[in-house]
Design a protein around this ligand. Sequence first.
Ligand SMILES: CC(C)(COP(=O)(O)OP(=O)(O)OC[C@H]1O[C@@H](n2cnc3c(N)ncnc32)[C@H](O)[C@@H]1OP(=O)(O)O)[C@@H](O)C(=O)NCCC(=O)NCCS
Length: 332
Amino acid sequence: MDLESAVNAEDAVGLENAAHPAEVAARLGVPVEEVERVHELAGDLPSAPLPAKADAPAILDRLQVPADDAAEIMAGWPDADSPLWTPELRWLLDRTIALVRADLGGSGWLPPGPELPRERGLAWRHLYVYAYLALVDVVMEYHRDHGISESVSWATLADLGRNLGVDRRMNGEGWPVMQAWLTLHARGGLYELGRLQHQRGSVEIGLHIPDAGPLTPETVDASLDEARAFFPRHFPDEAYTVFSCGSWLLDPQLLEYLPASSNIVKFQQRFELEAYEEPEGIDADVEVRRFVFRNLTTPLDQLPRDTVLRRAVIDHLNAGRHWFWRRGTFPI
Ligand SMILES: CC(C)(COP(=O)(O)OP(=O)(O)OC[C@H]1O[C@@H](n2cnc3c(N)ncnc32)[C@H](O)[C@@H]1OP(=O)(O)O)[C@@H](O)C(=O)NCCC(=O)NCCS
């Protein structure tokens, strides 16, 4: 669907006309540059259909989508006659799918579109979830072409359910980051192998740690071993030499607070840290709050102090100090 037919025919003007994206942006409640970006990246490239609505409950189940979210997703389904879906939302859904699909096989950070005012309704709230659902078939085919087993595919793609659960715990504060994060999965850029997620890169396999229970050294070892076999087998043209990680978990200041027996400490010890460089667009104090409290707004003195890490984070920030996002590597 092009932008012209997305708005009603009487006031349709080409996107070349600056007034038009501004109007679409106003209706979507987002900055005009974001609409222009989607239009430029997606152009007329092919989209992909959503799964049949009748198949959706089973797919949501495989993607481990929590019941509350699954109910909302079904209720907001973009049926052709759904009054929840305005022409602009339908345009954005269609072009977002095309935008992500165009980068199938890519492994860089890719925001799929503007952050939407999600309180406006179910279509607004879950637009990027519907885009993800449309891409499941596309990425499964990409996985099959690379000989990847269905069990790895579903384990990887089920991060959707995990992130919807986290977002609910965060009262919606988590989603702006997650909508871009999940395009990695939808493009075949990232694989969940046991305890860790592994992101393809140039020579680095980027490690990510999902919120999925303790990070024991044994589960980490097993996941690294799995990756050592997985990438040469399924991506023989890619030559990986190191595992890398960029995370709050690698901030050495944590060693001031955590005991030597801590899994985070043992995880850190695997890496050789790179010299500190301020990461673009990441405020580590905010990220630590995201991962340790799942809350970005409650005042520090009202946050729970029930674990050694939580006490450390609060005391550190109260002392006027900051956390750092550090990067490290170790050879494969
Ligand atoms: C990474 C993670 C699995 C480590 O948990 P773990 O294996 O329990 O870690 P440790 O053994 O080092 O824990 C040491 C202490 O800190 C606590 N702790 C660790 N991670 C915590 C977290 N995210 N929130 C609150 N407390 C945490 C533990 O409960 C323990 O405290 P206690 O002895 O008072 O019970 C956990 O922090 C997590 O799930 N984080 C979310 C995902 C994430 O941060 N990914 C990286 C994104 S860049």
